[in-house]
Write a protein that binds this ligand. Structure first.
Ligand SMILES: [Zn+2]
Length: 246
């Protein structure tokens, strides 16, 4: 949210949100050291928030890079483990082919890697959250979650960007979903939730289906964060009181 390192961002967000998604998406990027991780633990116990961690992309092809990537991901998991993340978000590259036999090969390769990541890093496979990058790949990630035992991080903004129906996908696959990425689409995606249509209907579904996962407003910048929070609170306030007829 702030153009700064992880700790100042969490210090700023503490008390404002229930969960912070830590972006550890570049193995060689801005990775906090052990002292920073300790500070994140301290902030969580002071303010009561949880963490989720967005890891780098799992590579299903290109043997040498794939090996290096797996080792880097395991290192990042070990580093972040003290903050006890509720989930570990991963993308899989390349994207799943649309063609059925090729998609099966993609799923088998991705399943093996998700399982290897969980067992090597000694985390429950269910804590790995595989994330769709668009609309057409939602089903492939549903199948990957089912086959590997992972959960799904459903990115509703990515579905919206491709003119899909986020709520229909969510209703269909909610039991597999433990994490939501929500952002608006304007000139591009990852914009304020002011640009997310039917926020009220989304909240209604989450309440009706007793969603207990994490709702991440995946936006970047102070203004988008604040206007997103205001949009969610306004949509929440417009909901009918409990017990009133639907
Ligand atoms: Zn996302």
């Amino acid at each position: 949210v702030l153009p700064d390192h992880v700790v100042p961002n969490v210090e700023w967000l503490a008390g404002k949100v229930d969960d912070v998604q830590l972006l550890l998406v570049e193995p060689e990027g801005d990775v906090p050291g052990p002292a920073q991780v300790e500070r994140l633990c301290q902030l969580a116990s002071l303010y009561g928030h949880s963490y989720t961690v967005h890891l780098p992309t799992i590579l299903t092809a290109d043997g040498f890079r794939q090996r290096n990537r797996m080792e880097a991901m395991v290192r990042l998991i070990r580093l972040a483990l003290p903050v006890e993340p509720l989930g570990w978000v991963v993308h899989v590259a390349p994207a799943p082919p649309t063609d059925a036999p090729e998609r099966k090969a993609w799923r088998q390769a991705a399943t093996a890697l998700v399982k290897e990541l969980a067992s090597t890093a000694e985390i429950p496979v269910h804590s790995v959250q595989v994330e769709n990058q668009g609309e057409q790949d939602v089903l492939a990630h549903v199948e990957l979650a089912q086959e590997s035992g992972a959960a799904m991080c459903m990115d509703l903004g990515h579905i919206l960007r491709e003119k899909g129906d986020p709520l229909a996908h969510l209703e269909a696959h909610l039991p597999l979903v433990t994490h939501l990425h929500v952002h608006g689409v304007a000139d591009r995606d990852h914009r304020s939730l002011v640009h997310y249509p039917a926020l009220g209907a989304l909240l209604d579904t989450l309440v009706r289906r007793t969603f207990t996962g994490v709702f991440t407003m995946e936006v970047f910048g102070v203004e988008p964060f604040e206007s997103s929070l205001a949009a969610v609170l306004a949509a929440w306030a417009r909901r009918p009181p409990p017990g009133s007829p639907a």
